[in-house]
Design a protein around this ligand. Structure first.
Ligand code: SAJ
Length: 464
């Protein structure tokens, strides 16, 4: 195996293509979007993934990485195109489903150049059965048998597992699961990945590999939903969820994840539906978890509304738009939904993110600095725990009209934010009403507040 064609130069395809190139393969990186090809040629990347620019530059300079708008004949083809979730024109009751059109189109595009003995690897995340069903059927149009025996086309699924923000490191270190449509296909795919992967490479069948990938992300989604549900309960019963989680996690077999404004990114918020679509009746827990997480932006908006109640036209600064800390990626970010809902409530929204760009379509609301975003604002909402936002000091908010900070990520943990009058309201922190300003617990007061169904003391804006 010398020549490899990587289809899709996105978050996974580009680092994989560059990695293979610096490990001696002749790689053609294919993308149907001309702008992507131009950007790679000009070394301008769509993400600030650490180390990526350097790796791609090395790959291009070695002469081993070239780009092309369509596949060239090769020994192996790696498909790394998006599989978004389709909410399209379907009955309201229908579950979201995987949109496999990009996978199908990429697979079709290699049919004309396929030769006997070629290996095709699917990296994109897909519903169970896609490799053995859809992919095998498309590849068979080449007239070649899809089998690892003899001169057929070998086919395997090797799901990517890397964490955005640590992609290059995890590409090398993580264990890989390779599911072949038969053993020879899996063995051949192992040869390709063994060139750069230092973790274990574990072989199985294609459908198992597909389900394993989906299980990993669904496991995380369900556990985040549990943390979010705990946070809502904590608000009701006057407990600080962040403290409670820390204490629960001292149990040797418990590891509660973090609550937040919802789940974003291109995988965890999407993949559970790919399981649900193949077994809707068998997946009530998975579907409920998805809905619990999808409801969190609405909960955050409720907190903001409560905090600025009485302010005629509230100005809200949304700080942190990326779907998680220290990345510049806006895909499926719950922050976008929070912004959308705040605007729908008639609030004037400004946005700021130290890494990510503006909310698409809302460029005019985007501020170049935190100071610009908060000046004259009535409420600041921390939606992403970027390092820069975790370092925020109360003085940086001196120019706000009302200093109210809704902290959805427990980003502001310093003592300066725990003091009465700091203006911080944390998601999941019902503790606010359990303590008086002197810091002493007043159970009667808590009980009375609970009986009244209050979430915080009626002391004007801001928890103390
Ligand atoms: N989140 C929480 N609470 C937590 C952890 C995460 O609310 O305790 C939120 C984050 O803020 C973010 C979302 O969940 O909005 C997802 O973030 P993440 O860091 O958990 O995961 P991703 O989407 O960046 O990457 C995941 C990884 N999967 C797992 O950890 C099981 C990665 O290994 C996969 O390769 C990637 O999905 C993918 O491409 O499938």
């Amino acid at each position: 195996m010398r020549r490899v064609c990587v289809l899709g130069l996105g978050y996974i395809g580009l680092p994989t293509a560059a990695m293979l190139a610096v490990h001696g393969f002749q790689v053609t990186g294919v993308d149907t979007d001309e702008r992507v090809l131009e950007a790679v040629g000009a070394r301008q990347f769509h993400t600030q993934e650490p180390g990526l620019a350097e790796l791609v530059a090395r790959a291009l300079e070695s002469g081993n990485l070239q780009t092309a708008p369509r596949p060239q004949p090769a020994d192996a083809f790696v498909i790394a195109v998006p599989t978004p979730c389709a909410h399209g024109p379907q009955p309201a009751a229908a579950l979201p489903r995987a949109d496999l059109s990009y996978v199908a189109a990429a697979t079709e595009s290699i049919v004309p150049v396929l030769q006997g003995g070629n290996l095709v690897v699917l990296e994109s995340t897909v519903p169970p059965g896609t490799t053995e069903g859809l992919l095998a059927a498309i590849l068979a149009r080449s007239g070649l048998p899809v089998t690892g025996d003899g001169a057929g086309v070998m086919l395997a699924h090797c799901p990517e597992r890397v964490l955005p923000g640590r992609i290059l490191d995890e590409l090398v270190r993580n264990d890989r699961i390779i599911g072949g449509i038969d053993r020879p296909s899996a063995e051949r795919a192992r040869e390709l990945y063994a060139s750069f992967a230092r973790g274990a490479i574990l072989l199985t069948d294609a459908t198992t590999a597909e389900l394993v990938k989906l299980m990993e992300n669904t496991y995380r989604d369900v556990n985040i939903a549990l943390a979010n549900e705990f946070a809502l309960v904590a608000e009701r019963v006057g407990v600080d969820i962040w403290e409670a989680i820390e204490l629960a996690n001292r149990h040797p077999r418990v590891s509660v994840l973090k609550p937040g404004p919802g789940v974003g990114g291109h995988c965890i918020a999407v993949d559970p539906w790919f399981i649900a679509q193949v077994a809707p009746e068998a997946t009530p827990l998975i579907q409920t978890a998805r809905r619990v997480n999808d409801r969190m932006p609405g909960h955050v908006v409720g907190m903001v509304k409560e905090a600025v109640a009485g302010v005629p036209t509230p100005v809200v600064a949304c700080l942190g738009l990326a779907y998680k800390a220290n990345v510049d990626d806006l895909r499926e970010s719950p922050a976008l939904e929070v912004v959308r809902q705040l605007r729908a409530e008639g609030m004037q929204v400004r946005t700021f993110d130290p890494l990510a760009g503006p909310v698409p379509g809302l460029e005019s609301a985007h501020c170049r600095s935190l100071a610009e975003a908060v000046a004259g604002a009535d409420c600041a909402v921390i939606l992403t725990d970027h390092r820069e936002l975790e370092a925020l000091q109360p003085e940086a908010l001196a120019a706000m009209r009302h200093r109210i900070v809704v902290d959805t990520r427990n980003a502001l943990r310093g003592p300066e934010w725990q003091r009465p009058g700091s203006g911080r309201i944390a998601l999941g922190a019902g503790r606010a009403r359990a303590f008086s300003e002197s810091g002493h617990c007043h159970p009667e007061q808590v009980l009375r507040a609970l009986q009244r169904g209050e979430r915080r003391p009626a002391k004007g804006p801001g928890y103390t």
